[in-house]
Design a protein around this ligand. Structure first.
Ligand SMILES: [Zn+2]
Ligand SMILES: [Zn+2]
Length: 161
C-alpha cells in the first residue's frame, strides 16, 4: 500500500510541477525519479483513478494520445508546439464565439487549440544574439554637445487579464 501511495504521489507531483498537460510517457519519465520501478501500466492505472477521483482531467487534442493536467483550472485553452509537440496551457479566451455559428444555432461550448512554436523552440540558438529592440535603440552614439531629453515613452502596458 505504501508503495502505491508513493507512486500516486509522484505521478500527481510530476503533473503539478510541469504545469502543462503531460503525456503518459512524459509522466513516466518525470515521476520515475520519485518512484523507482514505476511502470507504464502503473502510470495508466493511477491516471485512471486520479481522473475518476476528479484530481486530474484528460486533454484530448485531435489525433493525439490523451494528456493529463490537474483538474479545476477553470475554462482555458491549449497551445501545441509544432516543433517539440509539447502542449501548454493558455489562460486567455476569446470569449463569446456564438456569432461564428450559423444563424439559428445555439453555441454551448467551444474548444480552441493554438499551434505554433513555444518560446524555447522559437529561439533558434539559446544564446540570444538578437538584443531586445528597446536595448538596440539605445546603441546609437550621441553628440554630447547638448543636453538630451532621455525620457522615453514607455510601451503601452500589457492588457491586464
Ligand atoms: Zn517547442
Ligand atoms: Zn474559451
Amino acid at each position: 500500500m505504501e508503495r502505491n501511495t508513493r507512486q500516486r504521489t509522484a505521478i500527481r507531483q510530476a503533473i503539478a510541477d510541469a504545469a502543462r498537460p503531460l503525456l503518459p510517457q512524459e509522466i513516466l519519465e518525470a515521476a520515475g525519479a520519485g518512484a523507482p520501478g514505476l511502470s507504464m501500466a502503473t502510470v495508466y492505472r493511477n491516471l485512471r483513478t486520479l481522473v475518476d477521483e476528479g484530481e486530474l482531467r484528460s486533454v484530448l487534442l485531435p489525433g493525439e494520445v490523451a494528456r493529463y493536467e490537474v483538474a479545476g483550472g477553470g475554462h482555458h485553452h491549449h497551445f501545441q508546439c509544432l516543433s517539440c509537440q509539447r502542449v501548454f496551457e493558455v489562460d486567455a479566451c476569446p470569449g463569446d464565439l456564438a456569432s461564428l455559428a450559423p444563424p439559428g444555432f445555439t453555441v454551448e461550448d467551444h474548444d480552441l487549440t493554438l499551434y505554433g512554436r513555444c518560446a524555447e523552440c522559437a529561439t533558434p540558438a539559446r544564446g540570444r544574439k538578437a538584443a531586445k529592440p528597446a536595448a538596440a535603440a539605445h546603441s546609437h552614439t550621441h553628440d554630447h554637445g547638448h543636453a538630451h531629453d532621455h525620457s522615453h515613452t514607455p510601451k503601452p502596458a500589457r492588457r491586464a487579464r
